[in-house]
Ligand binder design. Structure first.
Ligand code: SF4
Length: 257
């Protein structure tokens, strides 16, 4: 029997992937958006009931660079796909990729900007002083354990001198965040700080205007609030974050926000 040609192998792979994606679609599992250009996202009140919780995307992704990300079915799969990632220039300065941590079925997800020095060294998000403040918000403020929620960042490698990630770095890393959200499927996302919130909402509106107002990330309730690092510099604004967190607690309890 002759060996299959490259074209036949490609056709077989395409068929397998199509079937896999069709099964996921029938199961209601969302598709991953293309890395660039980012789909338009709008700020809206709490998402409408019955709105499908599906991330935007196209079937063309399955043959693109994000194919492996696209078909990852667990956080472990996704972390394996990221591997020793060199997809953007942030790889050159990192000690560890800071993937994310917490309950893979969490109802509540926190998304920050990117790892700082402590996070880079330990490979875990929000472990420095700002991380301790976030942990206090989760444990003392919300009465949850850190392991009850899921915590990650927009970019997985530390930007030099803690500068903001650049657009090409976000474009390279954003598929991983989208897929993390797709896999965890939280009921609520808390966006921590200007950069994370503006990235999630594809918006340039200042965080001071966005915070405290429910928005929607592909049908998932999104509460924008200040970053804990900002609160370390501006402790007077902790009361504003507490107002935002109280809204999150209400929704988690099934009360109207
Ligand atoms: S920031 Fe993201 S895309 Fe860039 S090297 Fe790290 S893991 Fe890869």
């Amino acid at each position: 029997m002759s060996e299959p040609s490259d074209a036949e192998e490609l056709a077989a792979l395409t068929t397998t992937l199509k079937r896999h994606l069709q099964r996921r679609q029938r199961a209601g599992v969302g598709y991953l958006a293309k890395a660039a250009p980012a789909p338009a996202k709008t700020v809206s009140p709490i998402d409408q009931p019955n709105k499908p919780n599906v991330l935007a995307g196209t079937e063309l992704d399955m043959l693109g660079d994000t194919q492996q990300v696209f078909v990852a079915e667990s956080l472990e799969d996704l972390r394996a796909v990221i591997g020793d990632c060199q997809r953007c220039k942030l790889c050159s300065g990192r000690t560890n990729i800071v993937f994310g941590i917490g309950n893979p079925r969490a109802k509540l997800m926190f998304v920050g900007e990117g790892p700082g020095r402590d996070e880079d060294l330990q490979g875990e998000p929000f472990v420095g002083r700002a991380g301790q403040l976030l942990t206090d918000i989760i444990t003392k403020g919300m009465g949850l354990k850190r392991e009850d929620v899921y915590i990650c960042n927009v970019v997985k490698c530390r930007p030099p001198e803690n500068r903001n990630p650049e657009p090409d770095e976000v474009a390279a890393c954003e598929p991983f965040l989208k897929k993390q959200i797709d896999i965890v499927r939280p009921e609520i996302i808390v966006g921590l700080g200007k950069f994370a919130v503006q990235t999630l909402l594809n918006s340039k509106v200042p965080i001071s205007k966005l915070r405290g107002v429910w928005a929607s990330y592909h049908g998932i309730k999104l509460m924008p609030t200040f970053h804990p690092a900002y609160l370390l510099r501006n402790p007077a604004d902790k009361k504003l974050v507490w107002e935002d967190i109280k809204q999150v607690i209400k929704v988690m309890r099934g009360e109207n926000a």
